[in-house]
Design a protein around this ligand. Structure first.
Ligand code: CAA
Length: 377
């Protein structure tokens, strides 16, 4: 649990080197211009830093969840927006890996993974966010398959995806028992709407995706009709440790910047790191980052062992790491004062990027609900 294997350490070092060389120098520019990082993503794909959690035979790097979290932390430390773009593929692939047949996995994933393309996970709607069971997008049975109609919002990579994993209801009167998952390669009837102008993770693209009479062949149904809610929950249980890892990376980036600054910044004739108020903040930041990482590593190990349920531990990792990212980045700005608030230094970006860690893949209030329901079961 506490010592990385030689292979894990090598992969972590590779991800860190790439992030420092290829992502950190351009992170501010992509954030400022809210520009999609095609060039960086292409290099990441060539280096194996996209789809790294997908099995090798399906075109990924075949890393387990634990090692994927090591990589994700390094990417998050460099730019959470670029990291989110890459990890959105994994989120979209999990329903296919968890509920798809071998035939579906072999048919649907390699066209995306082996060509550096993108996929989008389409669950959220204007009236179905935390209440995921309220999805209004319909899947109507037609000859040979289904026809999808509805709109999804806050969809990462929705405008550049070649594969959509869509949750729709086959019968609204059945509530969550009507929810069904489909894999939808880009086709007629799919269009993108409003692009969100965001507080943080501005290098990632977040859009509305509309489905108008989109035909989906029956062989693209993931699992069975009515299993969509379960598939969505299992997907989120599996991917939340990675959100936690991303949050740890953001927190670490801010902490390291503030630590360096505190040792260099002289006030009242000495480095501000000599002052106990600053020391207490640095001590709390370092402690929380380590605690968050340990929760992430525990949850990731449980996902990899595939033993029993890990919904509670995944939610704990995402909750604690997300809150840590927000607290640590806010303290980093505080330590750096006016310089922290200025775009001259990266900590204000870390702080803006941190906020989404408490929101996406289930708000931290939802994580508390998941934890409580598992404790009380
Ligand atoms: N694994 C498997 N099955 C599960 C499950 C899990 N983790 N959690 C629940 N289920 C099953 C239950 O067993 C139950 O099945 P039965 O009826 O057959 O017993 C069924 O699902 C309903 O369970 P609950 O009654 O516990 O569910 P609920 O209605 O109370 O709601 C919730 C649960 C936790 C609030 C859930 O709605 C939830 O997690 N909401 C948050 C959704 C979310 O994370 N949205 C974010 C979207 S993705 C995103 O954000 C992407 C992005 O931006 C990049």
């Amino acid at each position: 649990m506490f010592t990385l294997t030689a292979e894990q350490a090598t992969i972590q070092r590779m991800a860190r080197d790439f992030a420092e060389k290829e992502i950190m120098p351009v992170a501010a520019e992509y954030d400022e211009q809210e520009k999609f990082p095609f060039v960086v993503l292409q290099k990441m794909w060539e280096t194996g830093l996209v789809n790294y959690s997908v099995p090798e035979e399906l075109g990924g790097a075949g890393l387990d969840t634990f090692t994927s979290c090591l990589v994700t932390e390094e990417l998050g430390r460099a730019c959470a927006g670029i990291a989110t773009t890459a990890s959105a593929n994994s989120l979209a692939f999990y329903p296919i890996l968890l509920a798809g047949t071998e035939e579906q996995q072999k048919r649907l994933l390699p066209p995306i993974t082996t060509h550096g393309k993108f996929a989008a996970f389409c669950l959220t709607e204007p009236n179905a966010g935390s209440d995921a069971a309220s999805v209004a997008t319909t899947a109507t049975t037609v000859n040979g398959g289904y026809e999808l109609n509805g709109s999804k919002c806050f969809i990462t990579n929705g405008d550049i995806a070649d594969l959509y994993v869509v949750f729709a209801t086959v019968d609204r009167s059945r509530g969550l028992k009507g929810l069904t998952a489909f894999a939808v390669p880009k086709t007629e009837g799919i269009s993108t709407g409003k692009k969100e102008i965001k507080l943080g993770i501005r290098a990632s693209s977040t859009v509305v995706v509309n489905f108008d009479n989109v035909f989906v062949p029956k062989q693209n149904l993931l699992g069975a009709e009515g299993q969509g809610f379960r598939v969505a929950m299992q997907t989120l249980d599996t991917s939340r440790p990675m959100v936690g890892a991303l949050a740890v990376g953001v927190a670490r980036g801010a902490y390291e910047t503030a630590l360096k600054y505190a040792k260099e910044r002289v006030q009242f004739g000495q480095p501000i790191a000599n002052f106990q108020m600053i020391q207490a903040m640095l001590a709390d930041m370092a402690t929380r980052i380590d605690a968050a990482r340990l929760l992430v590593w525990r949850a990731a190990s449980m996902v990899d062992k595939k033993e029993g349920l890990f919904a509670k531990e995944s939610a704990m990792a995402k909750l604690f790491a997300g809150d840590t990212a927000m607290d640590v980045t806010t303290d980093a700005v505080q330590i750096m004062g006016g310089y922290g608030y200025s775009r001259e230094y990266p900590v204000e970006k870390y702080m803006r990027d941190a906020k989404i860690m408490q929101i996406y893949e289930g708000t931290n209030q939802i994580q508390r609900l998941v934890i409580a329901s598992n404790i009380l079961k």
